[in-house]
Design a protein around this ligand. Structure first.
Ligand code: GRF
Length: 228
């Protein structure tokens, strides 16, 4: 592979923007965030191209969404690989084949090892259904509901080796109502995920940002409390 692509070892992303605007979207299930990205691109709200959708599960409903949109799909079953490292190597090779500039985790239910994260440094995004750093890990919405918080939300962050702990690109808050259930709260959070994920992808592809310590900082600064 030539050129300053995501797969290269060079400095993190930031200032100059991505080498191209090709996305590799990783899924394991339903794929509603994938759908939101597809729709944002189709509507001209996100200037990007989904080069490939990769699933670790052959039965992920999101694969059908990709096929319907005419996007190439790859199934890489983790059960077929001896170790996490072997799986991650295969995954990285597939993403390089499709020359993706940015890897978007969209309900991808697998931890990525440090070698993979280093190979795509500052070029992996994830969407998480809580206002991180609160409620990392599984079922963030239910954790928030059980905790009794009055405000919940969604976060798009850069993926680092530490789970759900990378620099925050965008967040959106939603109220928690008295009569909410984990399901109704999840639905409210999900619609914010669908809004902020394509926005965050555009911001990262555009460049003009840097990571300072834990902070994702844009040259022009973010407007509004929630980075809108
Ligand atoms: C979303 O809630 C996302 O925040 C979390 O996994 C879920 C994926 O949903 N990481 P979908 O597959 O995009 O519908």
């Amino acid at each position: 592979m030539t050129g300053p692509t995501a797969a290269g070892p060079g400095p993190g992303a930031g200032s100059g923007g991505a080498a191209n605007r090709r996305l590799g979207v990783l899924i394991s299930g339903r794929g509603s965030n994938l759908q939101a990205i597809i729709e944002a691109i189709a509507a001209g709200r996100l200037a990007a191209e989904i080069a490939v959708v990769i699933s670790n599960r052959p039965d992920a409903p999101g694969l059908e969404r990709a096929r319907r949109a005419g996007i190439e799909t790859v199934v890489l079953e983790h059960t077929a690989h001896g170790s996490r490292e072997a799986y991650d190597r295969e995954l990285a090779a597939a993403l390089r084949r499709y020359e993706v500039a940015l890897v978007c985790l969209a309900g991808f239910m697998r931890l990525l090892g440090p070698a993979f994260v280093a190979a795509f440094r500052d070029r992996i995004l994830n969407v998480h259904p809580s206002l991180l750093p609160a409620f990392p890990g599984l079922r963030g919405q239910e954790q928030a509901w059980r905790h009794g918080v009055k405000v919940a939300g969604a976060t798009v962050h850069i993926v680092t080796a530490e789970l759900d702990a990378g620099p925050i690109v965008r967040q959106a808050a939603v109220p928690v109502h008295e009569d909410d259930t984990p399901e109704t709260l999840s639905a409210r959070i999900l619609s914010e995920e669908h809004r902020i994920y394509p926005e965050a992808i555009g911001v990262v592809l555009d460049g003009g940002w840097r990571v300072e310590g834990r902070r994702f900082v844009r040259a022009g600064g973010l407007r509004g409390a929630a980075g809108r």
